[in-house]
Write a protein that binds this ligand. Structure first.
Ligand SMILES: C[S@@+](CC[C@H](N)C(=O)[O-])C[C@H]1O[C@@H](n2cnc3c(N)ncnc32)[C@H](O)[C@@H]1O
Length: 251
């Protein structure tokens, strides 16, 4: 994160006061204003995952290819990837369907000097074309895509990757049986408490995001990736009910 973005980070207090009827979670301007703080204090391991995307970029990005950041929000993944790209002729395409996110994202990108251009695209990631991709990053976005659209999206990503290309998917996970899910959920809530969120904030955020964020089990993710053709697919990071997976298209 650069100096300007650090100095403008606002503390997330969106769910601190009793809201009565808790509204359905949306990525609007109010969320944009607190997003860096919200995601850092809500997702254990978030910064580790972002940093790793940079390292994977150094390893996988090929000359004259595209990188995609699907559900880019404020561009944390794009910024990390861009810093590590040393190859010529590479473009990053960062996609989000929240205009408020993209507006802020553009100003953060403008503050980073790099020879690698980033094109921001306001679109539904299910509708875009993916082509000539050596790296696709989808950090905490698939969970917001309707379940019945996920297979087609992953198939499109697989088809758009070049041989040897890499996909990173980071997600909140569901566990079975329910007792295990309960344990991991409680550990996550403890993490949020330790980050300064009150019980009211945790429960109102949970109510707001329920039915908007639909997690799946690790097995579901791996099985879908394999069905799409990703012979090599594995989690590389997990903390409580959050994980990041890497999947490689055969060379
Ligand atoms: C949790 S945030 C992603 C965080 C971001 N990748 C990062 O690492 O900082 C999810 C983002 O996905 C976007 N999003 C959700 N559904 C989408 C869709 N169908 N098409 C494009 N963007 C979508 C939201 O607007 C939001 O900015």
């Amino acid at each position: 994160m650069n100096d300007e973005s650090k100095s403008t980070v606002k503390r997330d207090d969106l769910f601190a006061s009793p809201l009565g009827n808790v509204p359905r979670f949306v990525f609007d301007r109010a969320v944009v204003d607190v997003f860096p703080d919200m995601i850092q204090r809500s997702v254990p391991g978030y910064q580790t995952i972002i940093n790793l995307c940079g390292e994977l970029a150094a390893r996988f990005v090929q000359p004259d290819s595209n990188c995609y950041d699907l559900g880019c929000s404020l561009g944390a993944s794009s910024l990390a990837i861009r810093q590590q790209i040393d190859q010529p002729g590479v473009s990053i395409i960062a996609v989000d369907n929240s205009a408020a996110m993209l507006e802020r994202c553009q100003s953060l990108l403008d503050n980073q000097s790099s020879k690698t251009p980033v094109q921001l695209l306001e679109a539904d990631i299910c509708d875009i074309e993916i082509s000539n991709a050596s790296l696709v990053v989808m950090n905490f976005t698939l969970q917001f895509i309707p379940l019945d659209k996920r297979q087609a999206l992953l198939e499109k990503i697989y088809a758009g990757l070049v041989p040897g290309g890499c996909l990173v998917i980071s997600e909140k996970l569901l566990f079975e049986p329910e007792s295990l899910n309960q344990l991991l959920t409680e550990l996550h809530h403890q993490f949020k408490s330790a980050q300064g969120y009150s019980d009211l904030e945790i429960s109102q955020k949970r109510d707001s995001i329920e039915n908007v964020l639909i997690p799946e089990t690790l097995d579901s993710h791996i099985n879908r990736l394999k069905a799409c053709g990703f012979e090599s697919a594995s989690p590389w990071f997990q903390c409580f009910n959050f994980a990041s997976l890497v999947a490689i298209k055969p060379a």
